[in-house]
Write a protein that binds this ligand. Structure first.
Ligand code: ATP
Ligand code: SF4
Length: 326
């Protein structure tokens, strides 16, 4: 196992209250495995990604759990040690490549600088930079361009090429294709696939369920700071267990059928005061329809159980008669 996240909890201490952005989230990623997290905006996906890197922005704080990467706990690791791991063993790619590029410097200089920082000789780094651009189908003369002279897709490919240079053990990609058209999006996903085939594990965050389904080995469904369902992608697509997963799938447009798109009633909760019990209960159709769940779903928090091998769910429908789901 490459990454083992256990009971990770992250809160933001804002002036208007404590935002419980991620609560007791557990999952793991094996070597050369691709896990994708999907979920509505604000469900805590990016916070999980930052938690893994132990880079939660202020006023956020990891308040519980551990992140074991390659046998070491990143939550308790000293900053100096963490710096050596970030960028080299774990790389991160964000939605907006401009957050990782300096707009005032040529891209070639920036690529060379990153390599030199990681111990590559300057002459070697210049040679490598040309090869890197070629490997992501960008003409090497673009090294002399400033970031704004490149398209969004080219900028993102350059960021990924920089990540590829160090063959990280884990690549975290947070909405890397949201601002790009479908063809460019595909080319970025192909690059991630290529990294995976070279041994890198991928943790992708996206709103786009079709992307998650096409490329991943495993998926995780986040809602209101909790992981609701998680496991083998085929098992979840063929047999979604959690009412939220089913609702999310039903609300996804399908180009090839004229199925009616379902709108999940209501809104995600305010994470300063999340609902009691199951955080999804105020919007859950099953809870509304089944009187026997009153006093269970709205009171007790469901625990994550392995409902079938490699397929985990946190919902009282799969618990015992006391509403204990584990
Ligand atoms: P999106 O898909 O829109 O990027 P997400 O699923 O990645 O959303 P997060 O960005 O992790 O969700 O946010 C989770 C919760 O934490 C949200 O309620 C959000 O408002 C809150 N949050 C995120 N960053 C901060 C911050 N810096 N300060 C306060 N609250 C924050
Ligand atoms: Fe619905 Fe209850 Fe399951 Fe939550 S625990 S998803 S409210 S059935």
């Amino acid at each position: 196992m490459l990454l083992d996240v256990k009971n990770l909890s992250v809160h933001y201490y804002t002036l208007s209250g404590v935002v419980r952005a991620v609560e007791n989230v557990s999952f793991h990623i094996n070597e050369s495995e691709w896990l994708t997290f999907v979920g509505e905006s604000g469900s805590g996906k990016s916070t999980v990604a930052h938690g893994i890197m132990n880079l939660v922005p202020s006023p956020g704080k990891i308040v519980g759990g551990h992140v074991i990467f390659d046998g070491k706990n990143l939550v308790t690791m000293k900053n100096e040690e963490l710096k050596k791991i970030r960028g080299k063993e774990i790389s991160m790619v964000f939605q907006d490549p401009m957050t990782s590029l300096d707009p005032l410097r040529k891209v070639g200089d920036q690529i060379v600088e990153v390599m030199v920082e990681h111990g590559v000789e300057p002459e070697e780094a210049k040679k490598n930079a040309k090869e890197l651009l070629k490997s992501v189908n960008i003409p090497p003369d673009r090294l002399t361009y400033y970031p704004h002279q490149l398209s969004g897709g080219q900028r993102q490919r350059i960021i990924i090429s920089m990540a590829m240079a160090f063959r990280p053990k884990l690549l975290i990609a947070d909405e890397p294709t949201t601002a790009l058209d479908v063809l460019v999006q595909d080319s970025i996903m192909d690059l991630l696939d290529e990294m995976k085939s070279q041994g890198t594990s991928i943790f992708l965050i996206t709103h786009d369920i079709s992307l998650a389904v096409e490329r991943s080995d495993k998926i995780g469904i986040m809602y209101a700071g909790k992981l609701m369902e998680y496991g083998d992608v085929d098992a979840i697509i063929e047999n979604p267990l959690h009412p939220y997963t089913s609702a999310l799938f039903a609300s996804t447009p399908d180009l090839w059928s004229d199925k009616k798109i379902y709108a999940i009633p209501g809104y995600p909760p305010d994470l300063r005061e999340p609902p009691s019990g199951c955080r999804f209960h105020p919007r859950c159709q099953v809870f509304k329809e089944r009187k026997d769940l009153k006093g269970i779903c709205n009171v007790k928090e469901p625990k994550m159980i392995e409902a079938e091998p490699g397929h985990f769910v946190a919902c009282h429908l799969y618990g015992d008669e006391n509403g204990n789901s584990a």
